[in-house]
Design a protein around this ligand. Structure first.
Ligand code: PA5
Length: 331
C-alpha cells in the first residue's frame, strides 16, 4: 500500500535523480535505441517506446532476452535496465552489447550490472534500492525517459512532467481511500473472475501489459489481454459460443482519446456484440492532456486495482515466491 500510495513522491525523486545524470553522448550518429531488461525493469522500456513512438529521433526496441537482435551494432544505444542488477538475461544482453561495440548505459539499484559498469567506466544511473522491481517503476521509467531527453532522443516536455506529477498526486488521494473508489470497485468486480485486459494498439499497449503483470505479481492471479484491432481478427471468435467459462471472465477495456477512430468504432461494435457474454465488462478512460499524463493515469489505476485485488483475495502483494524459487533453482 505504501509503495503504491507513495508513487507520486517516487516519480518526483526519480525525475530529480535522473535530471543530474549525464550519459556523456547523444543520439547523433546512432541508428537505434534498445532497452534490455526483464519483467518490472522492462516495462518502463515499453512505456518509453509507446510514449515516444511518433516523436523519437530513433526507433526504440525493448529486448527481453539473453540475445540482442542482429541490428545492434556500434551505431546502437543499449540501455541495460535491471532493478536488482543481477538478472541473468539482462547481464547477458549487456555483455553482447559490449561485444558489438554499442554505446551502453546501465540503470540499476546495485548488483552485478553496476559492478561491471563501474569496472568498465560506463555511464550508469543508480536508482534507490529496497523495493520490489515492479514497485520501482517511478524510478526506472523516469530514468529511461529522462535519459532519452538527455541524449536528444526526444525533446523535454516540462508541462507534461508537471501535469503527470499533479495527476498522480490527485489519484493517490482518491485511490488511497480504502472506504471506496473506482480502483476498489474494479477489483471487487474482478475478485471472482479472470481478468482480460483489452486496449488499442499504441499508447495503451504497454499500459495493458503493465495491468496484466501487476495483477499476476501482486494479486497472484492469471490475467490475459489483447489489443484492437488485432483481437477482432482472431480472439473475438473465442467468444462465439458462450458458456460457463465466459461468465468467469471480467473484461476491462483501457481507452484513450488518441485511439485510432476506427479502433474506437471497433471497441464499440465489439462491446455490443460480446459484452453480455462476459461475466463483467467495464471501460476506463485515460485522464489528462499530455500523452505522458494519460498513459500514467491508467498505469496508476491498474497498480491500485492489483493491490486491492490482492487484499480481497487475501494474498500478500509484495513477495513473488515462485519467481524467487525459479531464480534460485537456475542459479
Ligand atoms: O517484478 C519483478 O519482481 C520481476 O518482474 C523482476 O523485475 C524481474 O525478475 C527482473 O528482475 P530485475 O528487475 O531485478 O532485473
Amino acid at each position: 500500500y505504501d509503495a503504491i500510495r507513495d508513487f507520486p513522491e517516487q516519480w518526483r525523486r526519480g525525475r530529480e535523480l535522473a535530471r543530474d545524470f549525464d550519459p556523456g553522448f547523444t543520439v547523433e550518429g546512432k541508428d537505434h535505441l534498445v532497452v534490455a531488461g526483464m519483467g518490472g525493469s522492462a516495462i518502463g522500456g515499453d512505456l518509453l517506446r509507446t510514449l515516444v513512438a511518433d516523436t523519437a529521433r530513433l526507433p526504440v526496441t525493448v529486448v527481453r532476452h539473453y540475445q540482442l537482435p542482429g541490428f545492434v551494432t556500434e551505431r546502437s544505444v543499449v540501455i541495460a535496465s535491471s532493478y536488482s542488477g543481477n538478472t541473468e538475461e539482462t547481464l547477458a544482453a549487456f555483455e553482447e552489447a559490449r561485444a558489438r561495440g554499442a554505446t551502453v548505459v546501465c540503470v540499476a539499484s546495485g548488483g552485478e550490472l553496476l559492478r561491471r559498469a563501474r569496472a568498465e567506466g560506463l555511464p550508469y544511473l543508480q536508482i534507490p534500492g529496497g523495493l520490489q522491481p515492479r514497485a520501482a517503476l517511478g524510478y526506472s521509467f523516469t530514468a529511461l525517459l529522462t535519459i532519452a531527453e538527455h541524449i536528444g532522443l526526444v525533446a523535454p516536455d516540462e508541462a507534461a512532467w508537471n501535469e503527470t506529477q499533479e495527476l498522480l498526486e490527485q489519484q493517490s488521494e482518491v485511490f488511497g481511500d480504502p472506504s471506496g473508489n473506482d480502483a476498489l470497485e474494479l477489483a471487487e468486480a474482478l475478485q471472482d473472475r479472470l481478468p482480460f485486459i483489452y486496449s488499442g494498439t499504441g499508447l495503451m499497449e504497454a499500459v495493458n501489459l503493465r495491468w496484466r503483470c501487476q495483477i499476476q505479481e501482486n494479486a497472484k492471479r492469471l490475467a490475459s489481454g489483447n489489443v484492437y484491432p488485432e483481437l477482432n481478427h482472431n480472439e473475438i471468435m473465442g467468444w462465439e459460443y458462450p458458456g460457463p467459462l465466459h461468465e468467469m471472465i471480467g473484461v476491462i477495456v483501457l481507452r484513450d482519446r488518441e485511439d485510432h477512430p476506427r479502433v474506437q468504432q471497433r471497441m464499440e461494435v465489439t462491446r455490443e456484440l460480446i459484452s453480455d457474454r462476459a461475466g463483467y465488462w467495464a471501460e476506463v478512460q485515460s485522464q489528462g492532456e499530455s500523452r505522458l499524463a494519460r498513459m500514467m493515469s491508467l498505469v496508476n489505476l491498474g497498480d491500485w486495482v492489483s493491490l486491492y485485488l490482492a487484499v480481497l483475495l487475501g494474498v500478500d502483494p509484495t513477495p513473488v515466491p515462485l519467481i524467487g524459487q525459479l531464480k534460485e533453482t537456475l542459479a
